[in-house]
Design a protein around this ligand. Structure first.
Ligand code: C2E
Ligand code: CA
Ligand code: CA
Ligand code: CA
Length: 281
C-alpha cells in the first residue's frame, strides 16, 4: 500500500517538489543577496542609429551568486515579485543607478542629453512609497530628473488604471520620462498608448530578430515606427545583433536602438572603455 501511494505520485510529484524546494531556496538566497553586495547593475548603451551616438544606458540587474554563478533576472525577478522582495530589489537598483548616473555626470561621461533607464516591474507601481523614494534619491544624489528614465512593460496591468494613472502623473510631474518596454508582445499595448503618456516605444527584440531581406519581415517594425512618429514618441529597437538588422532599421527610419552589435551590458567600471570603443567605430 505504501508503495502504490508513492508510485501514484511518481508521474508528476518529484519535479514539482524539486521546483518548490528550488524556489524556497532561491527566495532565501535572494533575501541574503539583498543584504550583501551580490546584486549589481550592468549597463547597455542605447544609440542613435544614424549617427551611432550614445544617448543613454539601460541598467540591467545581475545577481552574482557566491558560488560564482551569474543568475539571470529572468529567473529571480519573478520570484522577487511573488515574494514581495521586488520592493527591496527595486529600491536597491534605483539607488545604485541614480548614484552611478550622477557619478558619470561628474566624470563627463553622461552628458545633459543622455540618461540612465531603470526597469520597473508592475508590482513596484502599486507601492505607494515608490515615487517619494525616487524623489528623495534624486535630491540626495543631485541627479537631474531628466537624466533618469523608467522602463515599464505590460506587467503594469496588475494595477488598477487609477493606480497606474497616478504613477504616470507623479513621475511626469517630477520630470522623469517613461518608456514602454517590449512593445508589440502584449495583448493591450495599443490601448496603453492611448491611456498613458509614454515618451518612447521599445520595439521588442523578437521583431528585430526576424528582420531579413524580405519586406514582410519589416512590416511590423515599420508600423511601430510610424505609430511612434504619429504619437510623438521616440522609437527604439531592442536586440540589434548584426549589420543587416541595423541597415534595415535605419532604412525604415527607426531612430534609436540597442543590442549586442553595439555592446553587451557591462559592469559600470567598464562603461568608459565601452564608450571609447563605440566612439572609434
Ligand atoms: P528587458 O528589459 O527587455 O531587457 C533586455 C534584455 O535583452 C536584457 O536581458 C539584455 O541583456 C538582453 N539583450 C540586450 N541586447 C541583446 C541582444 O542584442 N541580443 C540578445 N539576445 N539579448 C539582448 P537581461 O539583462 O537578462 O534582462 C532580462 C529581463 O529582466 C529584462 O528584459 C527586464 O524585464 C528584467 N530586468 C532586468 N533588470 C531589471 C531590474 O532592475 N528590475 C526589474 N524589475 N526588471 C529587470
Ligand atoms: Ca527594459
Ligand atoms: Ca525589452
Ligand atoms: Ca523583456
Amino acid at each position: 500500500a505504501k508503495n502504490s501511494g508513492r508510485s501514484a505520485h511518481v508521474a508528476f510529484a518529484p519535479h514539482m517538489r524539486e521546483d518548490a524546494a528550488k524556489r524556497v531556496q532561491l527566495e532565501l538566497d535572494l533575501r541574503r543577496a539583498l543584504e550583501r553586495d551580490e546584486i549589481v547593475l550592468y549597463y547597455q548603451p542605447k544609440v542613435a542609429l544614424r549617427s551611432g551616438q550614445v544617448i543613454g544606458f539601460e541598467a540591467l540587474v545581475r545577481w552574482k551568486h557566491p558560488d560564482g554563478e551569474m543568475i539571470s533576472p529572468a529567473e529571480f525577478i519573478p520570484v522577487a515579485e511573488e515574494t514581495g522582495l521586488i520592493r527591496d530589489l527595486g529600491m536597491l537598483t534605483l539607488r545604485q543607478a541614480i548614484r552611478q548616473a550622477e557619478q558619470w555626470r561628474r566624470d563627463g561621461i553622461l552628458t545633459d542629453e543622455m540618461n540612465v533607464a531603470v526597469n520597473i516591474s508592475g508590482r513596484q507601481i502599486g507601492d505607494k512609497g515608490l515615487v517619494g523614494f525616487i524623489r528623495d534619491q534624486l535630491q540626495e544624489s543631485g541627479l537631474p530628473p531628466h537624466s533618469l528614465r523608467l522602463e515599464v512593460t505590460e506587467s503594469l496591468l496588475i494595477n488598477s488604471d487609477t493606480t497606474t494613472g497616478e504613477f504616470f502623473r507623479e513621475i511626469k510631474a517630477l520630470g522623469i520620462g517613461i518608456d514602454m518596454d517590449d512593445f508589440g508582445t502584449g495583448y493591450s499595448s495599443l490601448s496603453y498608448l492611448h491611456r498613458f503618456p509614454f515618451d518612447a516605444l521599445k520595439v521588442d527584440r523578437s521583431f528585430v530578430q526576424r528582420i531579413d531581406q524580405t519586406e514582410e519581415s519589416l512590416s511590423l517594425p515599420r508600423s511601430i515606427v510610424a505609430l511612434g512618429k504619429a504619437l510623438g514618441m521616440r522609437v527604439l529597437a531592442e536586440g540589434i545583433e548584426n549589420m543587416e538588422q541595423l541597415t534595415q532599421l535605419i532604412r525604415i527610419e527607426c531612430g534609436y536602438g540597442q543590442g549586442y552589435l553595439f555592446s553587451k551590458p557591462v559592469p559600470a567600471e567598464e562603461v568608459p572603455e565601452m564608450m571609447r570603443h563605440l566612439d572609434s567605430k
